[in-house]
Design a protein around this ligand. Structure first.
Ligand code: ZN
Length: 483
């Protein structure tokens, strides 16, 4: 093989590898926004999956990874009916630092997750408390990792709203409004004789109105280049597209849309779906909706500019999942915005302050998870702020109200409880879930197996005490040998 042949071969390999990479990444990560109507079609096909809030997705995630255990003593009146859940896939698999949930904790955890989905416990902060060394932070890290992983699968994906503002259409409408009435009359009169003979196409080309730029004295192209033909305005609060429909019309709309089956019955009667009829869209989305309706004068036209795209969770970017450590300093700037986008919106809607594109950091985890690692230092302030927000239901960003519907979690050492004990009404907003030191032997053996490897587990377990350290019950030798 001569040099040029080798070069050609290398070139070919590089090209093939790059093309394959491009295809794989495009397939996996490119989920372009779909028009609202296409989104509705998906919703009709799989309403259970599309109509979910963060609590329902969280529940589905846990149910996907935790195998339903069985109650070995269903008829025993003395049994406490703790089910043997297998949490390996949720807390162990794929993790560098596995967390071994014992039976007691697994049952407590699943019970809380179920009440979360039912919608009875959503206005709370879930605090997992336990002594140092019980694996709290491993538990939370693994849980969040699995949640993020699940949201990237087909079963776990959800939609959020993005407005795609049609510049050509909106510029034309603004221009029409801004041409003085006298000019309009003159123009219409000048057009009048020819209009009778022209067909629709000609009528379009003889449009008496100026483009927005012409009306404003700019001699620019009448049509905007395609790339700039749309301005995408994503909802910073990750609102579900269904809440873009004004509240009063949602019930009737969903009644028309969905067929009469079990799901629809659940949707209209069960508490877990109340959010669909209760939650308003964020102030940014609702102001865009009303501004567009004023311009377009037709709700259907407004919904043509509404798109749905998958909610991309990314803990490292703080999108959908944020975890704060006690040492993380409070941000200097509490109010966020996007001046470039704000400028473009203002230019397009020609009405300053109709849409204020500002939001707080809580918006980024709205419909997602907000977590605090240990209630110390700056996290005490964060916890108090969170508590005030969920007590009120909303908080203010400048003069705008912002909703916070997130799954709120925190970890706590027993000695840190004093940091929050003095706060009034704190207890009814907080749900404590205790993570004990591992109490059952099977779980303890699983931990040893992870540390020492499978073959050394026997010698490791031989040296273990037969007494359970937590409750001083002698454990049966049979379960001892199972490890
Ligand atoms: Zn919104």
């Amino acid at each position: 093989m001569n040099i040029s042949e080798t070069e050609r071969e290398n070139h070919h390999q590089v090209k093939t590898a790059m093309q394959n990479l491009d295809r794989i990444i495009s397939d996996r990560h490119q989920n372009p926004p779909v028009p609202f109507e296409a989104f509705l079609k998906t919703m009709v096909e799989k309403p259970h999956q599309v109509l979910r809030n963060v609590f329902q997705v969280f529940y589905d995630m846990v149910k996907t990874y935790v195998e339903e255990g069985e109650d070995e003593y269903p008829d025993d009146p003395e049994s406490i009916h703790f089910v043997n859940y297998d949490c390996t896939e949720l807390f162990v698999e794929g993790s560098d630092h596995p967390f071994f949930a014992d039976r007691l904790f697994a049952n407590r955890f699943i019970e809380q997750v179920e009440s979360l989905r039912r919608g009875t416990q959503q206005n709370k902060i879930y605090i997992f408390d336990g002594p140092p060394g019980c694996g709290k932070s491993t538990f939370l890290n693994n849980l969040l990792m699995k949640f993020e992983e699940y949201t990237k699968t087909d079963d776990g994906s959800r939609y959020e709203s993005v407005w795609r503002l049609d510049r050509n259409l909106l510029c034309r409408l603004v221009a029409e409004e801004s041409v003085p009435l006298y000019d309009k009359v003159v123009q219409v009169m000048a057009q009048a004789p020819s209009e009778q003979q022209t067909d629709e196409n000609d009528e379009d080309s003889n449009r008496p109105f100026l483009s927005f730029d012409q009306a404003n004295g700019h001699d620019l192209q009448e049509t905007v280049p395609f790339d700039d033909a749309f301005i995408d305005v994503p909802c910073p609060s990750h609102d579900h597209p269904i809440v873009m429909i004004p509240k009063h019309y949602r019930r009737k709309f969903l009644d028309d849309l969905l067929s009469n089956d079990e799901f629809k019955w659940k949707l209209f009667t069960e508490k877990e779906y109340e959010w669909i009829f209760r939650d308003p869209s964020c102030t940014i989305c609702s102001s865009i909706y009303w501004a567009l309706l004023r311009r377009l004068k037709n709700p259907l036209e407004v919904f043509r500019m509404l798109y749905a795209r998958p909610y991309q969770f990314n803990r490292r970017l703080g999108e959908g999942i944020s975890v704060f450590n006690p040492g993380d300093r409070p941000m200097r700037q509490n109010i966020m915005g996007n001046p470039v986008l704000q400028n473009r919106i203002n230019n397009l809607l020609r009405d300053s302050n109709q849409v204020k594109y500002i939001f707080s950091r809580y918006a980024k985890t709205n419909n997602g998870i907000y977590a605090l690692m240990d209630i110390k230092s700056h996290n005490v302030e964060r916890l108090i702020e969170l508590h005030n927000i969920i007590s009120e239901g909303v908080h203010k960003v400048e003069d705008i109200e912002e909703n916070v519907n997130s799954l709120l979690m925190a970890l706590m050492n027993p000695e840190d409880k004093k940091n929050v004990q003095n706060l009034q009404s704190f207890s009814d907003r907080i749900e404590y879930i205790n993570i004990p030191h591992v109490l059952d032997l099977n779980t303890e053996i699983a931990i040893y197996r992870n540390i020492f490897g499978k073959h050394r587990i026997f010698s490791a377990s031989i040296s273990m005490k037969v007494f359970c350290p937590g409750c001083c019950i002698i454990l049966r030798v049979s379960s001892f040998q199972r490890g």
